[in-house]
Design a protein around this ligand. Sequence first.
Ligand code: FAD
Ligand code: NAD
Length: 460
Amino acid sequence: MVMGDLVREVDVAVVGGGPGGYTAAFRCAELGLETVVVDAAKRLGGACLFEGCIPSKALLHVAAVLGEAERARDFGVDFGEPRISLDALSKWKSERVVGKLARGLAGVAKAKNVDVVGGRAVFEDSRRLRVEGDEPQVVVFKHAIIATGSAPSPLPGLTLQSERIMDSTAALEVPDVPDRLLVVGGGYIGLELGQVYAALGSKVRVVEMADGLLPGVDRDLVQPLARRCEKLFTSILLKTRVSSLGETGRGIEVRLGDETLLFDRVLVAVGRRAQTQGLGLETTRVRTNERGVIAVDDRCRTDDQRIYSVGDVTGEPMLAHRAMRQGRVAAEAISGRAVAFDNVAVPAVVFTDPEVAWCGLTEAEAQRTSRPVKIAKFQWAASGRAATLGRSDGLTKVLADPDSGRVVGVGIVGPGAGELIAEAALAIEAALTVEDLAATIHTHPTLAETLMEAAEHLLH
Ligand code: FAD
Ligand code: NAD
């Protein structure tokens, strides 16, 4: 501590104002704890609101509208060639979507008396942290919650600095619509943003080092998405890595396998890493692994009794809804409530066209662990609602425990899968059986009926 520093004492200091941090802070305040959030950008929302979930879904909505307009030709409606104003698109995304939500969060913080301090937090020991930046001060806390999130991983061994090489944050700004875009990584971001740029008019190539898109996700769920991507993208190179990158006056020259190709821009989307560097954790008992991921128990407590941690900085799955649930758990644990992060299922959604969603046990995991399961697959070709939407390429899959009949996993691919998976998450969390799912009246005609239909198959 430097003489003259402002010193403030609080019950809880939350480091990082993303979904994990602000959820924890709001809950702490509701529980009567004096709470301050320290955020490097002095705002609430984090990666999710400013450079992740929200702007990407806004752009994907635009891509979906363009896709629907194109499909409308199938039933005799032609809107003509779309004209896209990037300025108007960017203004809508930044002001009407992100800005509106950011103002909402700031308003909630004010109403709950949660102060947001701007600056980088560095721990000095297990009781205090120093805030560096615009509002320097020392915060003395009874408890701290680390929610510093994650940042894009760079391409290992390839360190070319160029405006033409974008991470997801830069790509979400849509500085232009490049004629030729290379997407490195066929995971969540590569496919979501690859589809956005393809819809806007870029010729997109995807390079993925694994032998399929979205490695780790059940192949039958990925297949309809892969087929759509094959139509939208110029090419998809699997089992391939970028071996060199070089800038010429005309673009980025990329060595891919045994060919060299020229691109106007490159989007690198090869995963994210926990942000713990420079946090001063060595002055505390907080333990991290070799990748900087903070170890926590089921109450989100670190090895340091006073310090909790939530969200991406605690590792996979790096998803906003997991961060939010952990945030609530940490806040309630600090206030002395009997609570644990004991959720059975963390649902996941890739918001592409078609959407891919899953939760609980996957078929691949059941096979890998030789766990006996009963599986029913309902093809959307037999769904009335899917036919009316012109989208019969979907699939709903339910996995059940053969003895108890409990639903243990669900996978869905098709438009709206991201909404449909909520029912599956509830069924798994509430330990419902396939009989419960099959006997629940689902409105007709809806895509939700496909869950009921798949469950019915398992009763026979
Ligand atoms: P973050 O949101 O990363 O917030 C961390 C905050 O901590 C930041 O504001 C940062 O400035 C601050 N900070 C860091 N270090 C310090 C420090 N030393 N001092 C002070 N402040 C600090 N997830 C989904 O569930 N659904 C999606 O659709 C989805 N889409 C995504 C799309 C993209 C392009 C990306 C990149 C991510 C997406 N994610 C999505 C993931 C989601 O954004 C993260 O899981 C989520 O933001 C994690 O929240 P968090 O609170 O752990 O951290
Ligand atoms: P990811 O882990 O989803 O995908 C990265 C892909 O890059 C993988 O398929 C991997 O095999 C591939 N890869 C890694 N190194 C490579 C290399 N050198 N060459 C070619 N391919 C390579 O990571 P992401 O797409 O960067 O997203 C990061 C995280 O952000 C996600 O894991 C997820 O947690 C979160 N996210 C979630 C959503 C959502 O919920 N809809 C959307 C975007 C991001």
